[in-house]
Every structure is written in structure tokens, then in C-alpha cells.
Design a protein around this ligand. Sequence first.
Ligand code: PEP
Ligand code: MG
Length: 594
Amino acid sequence: MARTVLPGQPGSPGSGFGRLLWIDATSNGVDHSSSAGARLHGVPAVGAQAEVEHEERRLREALEAAAVQLDALARATTDRAGPDIGAIFEAQAIFARDPGIIDPALAAVRAGATADEAIDRVAAEQAEILAGVEDAYFRERAADLRDVGRRVLDRLAGRTRPDLHHPDGTPAVVAADDLDPSTVAGLRPELVTGVALVAGAPNGHAAIVARALGIPLVLGLGGALHVGLDGRLVAIDGSAGRLVVDPDTADRAEPATDDSVAPKGGTQDPADGRAPHRELPLGIRIEANVGSVAEAEQAARAGADGIGLVRTELIFLGRTVAPGINEQRAVYRRILAAMDGRPVVFRTLDIGGDKPAGFETGELESNPALGVRGVRLGLRKPEVLETQLRALLEAAAGGELRVMLPMVATLDEVRAGRAALGRAADAALAAGAAIATEVRFGVMIEVPAAALMADALAPEVDFFSIGTNDLVQYTLAADRTNPALAELATPFQPAVLRLIATVCRAAAVHERPVGVCGEAAADPTAAAIFAGLGVTELSVGPRAVAAIRDAVACFDPETVRAVAAETLTATTSDEVRQIAARGLEGMAPISASG
Ligand code: PEP
Ligand code: MG
């Protein structure tokens, strides 16, 4: 067949090759009305003996059906992809027949739970125990157990949820209209060589999760990507943002450097793979945004000065029950250990918006981006927020904890968040646990109300971190996941820059540091303007650390300050870009990046 190139947008770097596997977006988890979490809230507990027996039967049948399905999957994948891949599904089939899972689930049914509720709870609890084990093998099995739980839940609900992996175990490029982040989080990088989306946006969380997993992703392919391509051979290039259907040999060649985390400028220290420390102009620190232990390790290798944002919700996504304190503490400890003393800022759960979680939201919101997300959810679910805060305090025992709240809009929320932190510390101490000896408490500035009130917030926090992804979205009233609004939704909008300037001025009065952890921090031109306005920390994806460090190294303090001041007089985004292009001309990496 003729080679065809479908142009899209880069979502997550790297390249891959395989057969296209089309996923019907109506049954891949995007439709949250069918989530187990929602159903659990709506089903009354089962009491009568006949109902108990009915639920027991449903549970046994669903477990056995899932086990049989997994046996078949294990055989098929062993034949086609080798024993290592087949073993994944063999292990899952064993879980589905394990009395250690079946017995407590049946006991839960006898105690009044539905079959759905019982397997959901037991799989989550057992997975949590595995996740807390030191041995990496057992920790990895926790994800398998959760997969099994989801599979059984699907059987119980009669959902014919398509497998996100080829049944024969051959590596696939998964394609769909769109995928939610929890679905992307459930992809197995060893079986999925790439993701191609009709829609999507680079700042949407599906793309952010794909970057965290190192899965190449191309988005915005439009109608050229469709179900008719299911089964065709494709090559995906997440760096260039394109999908090649029926590729030739050259398309399949591995790219030399585009997904490498190594600094390009020859500044890497060969001894430990970490860039030697360089003082940057204006005292700027380059930090990393991470969503997993693996990404924290990558950030350390890339020479990040710290982690400016741990998106803790990425650890929670795709779960029907929130991870417990032991599992959370273990993950947070590993992230701190990966950074080996360099500062790490943990953001409390930012669930909601385009990051729904099955275990939290029973109610469907007509406008989730403006709904109960971030700190709003945490304050309504104090047990979830305080468990997380306690896990963080204990993970950082004897050292420093930096923690910040997402989606803050008011001073009341800041005070309530601080009070929750105090209660979490009291609970830990009352239980005899050791906790962090120093706590730095910050807030994200991503709602215009918070930016405008920064002078009131500053005295009550230790630092600000500006989330430009959301600040742009809420300032321009432009959905960050809608590619049609990309022109409008840019950090170069004067309204956004004026808000950032307001935050920096308030922070300076109270001597509080300001960081930017939105995707814009990785854009050298935007970074120069932010630095000129007074931002001192730029937190970017681990793969962007080296490039932005190189760019910042060329900043001339007087010039970036003058350019930033001039952008505040601009009235259009074009004018801002022109001022920046003119003023920053000559700073090598900036003029190269446009
Ligand atoms: C942001 O909004 O800029 C941010 C960093 O948070 P997230 O992208 O996770 O919403
Ligand atoms: Mg945000």
C-alpha cells in the first residue's frame, strides 16, 4: 500500500512502530458515567440471603470468566511476543483464581457488599499491600492485580471494554478519538509503542501522562485518523507530531537523539550522568515536573536542581479506591530518595477537570474544569487530603517537606489547607510516627482570583508556583484540551502576563519565591519573560531540563527585565511576541527557538 503521512501535533516525544489498534472511545473509560466509582455510590448494600447468594454467584462467575480470558491471552501472547509478555497475563490469571483474593471478596459479599463493591475493594486493598513491599517484583504485581480487578468489574457490569493491547501480544500503536489520562496510565509501555489521537492537546493530561510513561504520542490528527486504519502498519513520531501509514524502512529507523534526556551541549558529567552544577543568571533554578518514581529518577539524571511539581494524582489515576497511607508513603519516599536531598515540591491531589478518578466522583459535573477539582475536592474529602498529607509528612521524616495546594482561588482555601496539614501532623505524632522537621507550604497560582489576591495570600504561604496551563485556560476561558483554541490560549496573552506580574510583585514584597511549573516554562521566550518579571524557578518535564538550562544560561539580566517590562505595555499577544523577538534577539537559544 502507498505510504501516507498524517500530520498532527507532537504530544510525547519518541518514535514507535506497530499495527494500529483502534479503540472505541465510548468504551475506553472516557465515559465516566459507567465508572465503578459512580456505580458503587448508587448501589445499596445487599442484605437478604437470596441476594447474597446471587452476588456470590455473580462474583465467582466473573472471576472465572476473567481467569479464562487471561489464560487465552497468556497463550496468545507467549506464542507471538515471547514468554516474558505471556507471563504478565499468566500472573494475572493466577490472581483471578487466588483464594487470597476470592475468599475476602466472598466474605465482603456475605457482609452485605455487592459483587462489584467486593472485588473493587479487595483488589485495591491487596494491591496496596503489594505496592508497599520493598521488592520491586511485588510492587510491579500491584498494577497487575488492579488490572485484574478492573477486568472482573467489566465482566460484572457487562461492559465489553476492548483490550488496550493487541490480543496476540504484538506491539500496537493505540489510536482513538481521544483517551482520558487514566486510560493512558493503564497502557503497558512494553505492549504499546505509541498513541495516536484524533483530538487531544499537548497540555492535556493524557499527553502529560504519556510523557511520564515515555510512550510516544501524536495528537490532533483529525479525521485522517479513523477506525478504517485498524490493523494497518504505522510508524509514529511523537517528536515531529506525525503518523506514517504503511511506512517504508526509513520510517522505522530509530531516531538518534530526539527522546534522549542527555543534555545536548556536551555538558554532561560522564561520572554519574548528571549535568555539573552551573549558576544561572538571575539565580534561576531549573526543576522538573514528575508524575512517578521513574520520572523522578529521570529528573535526577537530567541534572534538575530539584522537583518543582510532583503531580501526585498521577499515582491515583485509574484507581477505583484511593491508595492507602502505606502505599503513598512508600512512593513519596522513593521520589525523595531519587532526588537525594535536592528539594521536591509535592502537590496534593489535583483530581477533577480532565483528570477524573473513579474513586472520588459519584456525581457527574456538567463542567468539570469549573467544578469540584483540586483543593476543592480535597477540602470536601478531608479523609483523602489528610491521609495524603500525613503520608507526605511521614515520608519526609526528619527532613524537609515541601507541599502545595492546587487550584486555589481564595484565602479561605489556603487557611483550610494549612489547618488540614496541622491535623495530619497531629494524627501522625499521636500515632507515634516520625514526621518532617521542616515544612514549606505553598500554593499553585492557576486561577485568576488567586493571582489577583496574591498580596493577601503571600504572607500566609512560603512560596508560589504558577501553573500556566490552567492560568491561561481560566484567564482566557479557553479549554486547555481544545486544540481549536490553541491560538487564543497562549501564555503570551497580555492578560496572563499582567497576572503573573501581579503575583511576582506581591511575592517580592513578602520575599516569597515564585516558580512556574506550567508547560510554558519550557519555552525559552516565555521563560525569559517570566524571569524578567521575577520568577526564579522554572519547572519543566525531565526531557526539557537540559535545553531550558542551556537557554537560561544565555539570559542577560538587564535585557530580560527590560523586555518583560515592555511586554506589560503590550495589548495583544502578537505585540508581546514582537517585543520579545526584538528585545531578545542575539540570545542564541532564544533566537533559534523563535
Ligand atoms: C498547570 O496548570 O500549569 C499545572 C502545572 O498543573 P496541571 O497541568 O497538572 O494542571
Ligand atoms: Mg493545573
